[in-house]
Design a protein around this ligand. Structure first.
Ligand SMILES: Cc1cc2nc3c(=O)[nH]c(=O)nc-3n(C[C@H](O)[C@H](O)[C@H](O)COP(=O)(O)O)c2cc1C
Length: 370
């Protein structure tokens, strides 16, 4: 069947003015472009789906038709303008198929395949007593070289003010570096141990700067060093037990993480990364029902906020990345996907005068795509 294609402004895009620059934020792809104000009328011509040819009958005194064609072509390449056909225009709803993947993922550990078993607290205590010996280790340790971290410092920033200042800062100056003390502080305040207990039901329990489902302390942190000079470049696990870094792999893994994160440009600039994971086996040991997966994600959210707030208080720039290729991440971190899964990646760098609105120009984006 013959389809009539019109051009339309990408609807998954937010347009705003930042200090005289027009920013086009293609938020689903995590791409931001900056354009000159004079191109806006051309863009707005397609705020309703329109045939491209119609554009050339309009009055744009600043442009001849060749220039207009070039601008439209550039907008199409950058997916600022997208083709729509008439059936899509009328039927633009998100159905179960579109959402299928995330629904599947949620149900993977949840309701569909297993019967829900919500025990009374008494029954739960008795079951845990029985399987105490099979408790997954509450601490994770890697056998490799260990690197000491400086003792975490006392930070005297007001919490409420820090919360108000929290923001995602993606694009940092790669020449300016955070130091090992900053890293130590972020690791400890976001996922550090604050107390330990030997419980008669569950055995070993650790308490952290965040609430953890069933006291299972399931979140782990990894640091990927791209440029800090105090320790070798490489991938490290943060040992919660010893507050040090355990080397998993030496080397510069910037390109790998650039790929893992779908080519997000901030990966080219960051000093290093934090990777957060959840040890789902620790939670499942205690809860074999829908709440296991749900609570792992809630713990992740707390960890993420801890990282953001500590970084903000220390004037370290950070931005979360939730889009990444799980399989590649698992193999780089040497994690067993049956027991542990990646939940987020955070870029790190110096904040100094930067805000969430500092964006690369179109030219810098082009550089990043090469
Ligand atoms: C779960 C999650 C995943 C995210 N993934 C990305 C990402 O892949 N890339 C990115 O640039 N920002 C990502 N963000 C950051 C959001 O875009 C950002 O938080 C939002 O625009 C609000 O800005 P703010 O954090 O400065 O307040 C993510 C945020 C969350 C909570």
């Amino acid at each position: 069947m013959f389809e009539i294609k019109k051009l339309s402004m990408n609807l998954d895009m937010v347009i705003y003015n930042q200090s005289g620059n027009i920013i086009l934020d293609l938020y689903k792809e995590h791409r931001q472009l900056s354009i000159n104000t004079k191109y806006l009328p051309i863009l707005f011509f397609f705020s309703e789906a329109n045939y491209e040819e119609e554009l050339y009958y309009q009055d744009f005194p600043d442009f001849d038709n060749i220039t207009l064609e070039n601008i439209v072509a550039e907008f199409i390449t950058k997916k600022v303008l997208v083709y729509v056909n008439e059936s899509e225009e009328k039927n633009n709803t998100l159905g179960i198929d579109t959402l299928n993947k995330s629904i599947n993922y949620y149900y993977w550990a949840n309701k569909v395949f297993t019967e829900e078993k919500y025990n009374s607290t008494y029954d739960e205590f008795m079951t845990l007593m029985d399987k105490r010996k099979s408790q997954p280790n509450i601490y994770k340790e890697y056998p490799g070289e260990k690197y000491d971290l400086p003792f975490p410092q006392e930070i005297k920033e007001d919490l409420m003010t820090t919360m108000l200042k929290r923001e995602s800062i993606r694009y940092v100056d790669p020449q300016k570096k955070i130091n090992l003390q900053d890293l130590s502080n972020i690791l400890y305040y976001s996922n550090g141990e604050t107390a330990y207990a030997l419980d008669s039901g569950i055995g070993s329990a650790i308490f952290k700067t965040l609430a953890t489902p069933g006291g299972r302390a399931a979140s782990e942190l990894y640091f990927v060093n791209f440029s800090l000079s105090e320790i070798p470049l490489g991938i490290y696990h943060y040992s919660i037990k010893s507050h040090n870094l355990e080397l998993i792999k030496k080397g510069n893994y910037r390109d790998d993480f650039f790929n893992i994160c779908g080519g997000q440009i901030q990966l080219n600039l960051a000093n290093g990364l934090l990777v957060t994971t959840e040890r789902i086996d620790r939670i499942i040991w205690k809860y074999q029902d829908a709440s296991a997966y749900r609570s792992a994600l809630i713990e992740t959210g707390e960890l993420a906020q801890n990282i953001y707030l500590t970084a903000t208080a220390l004037k370290v720039a950070t931005g979360i990345i939730g889009t990444f290729r799980d399989n590649m991440l698992e193999s780089l971190l040497d994690i067993d996907p049956a027991l542990e899964f990646g939940t987020a990646i955070f870029t790190l760098g110096k904040k100094e005068g930067l805000t969430r609105f500092n964006r690369p120009t179109l030219e810098e984006y082009r550089e990043g795509e090469k």
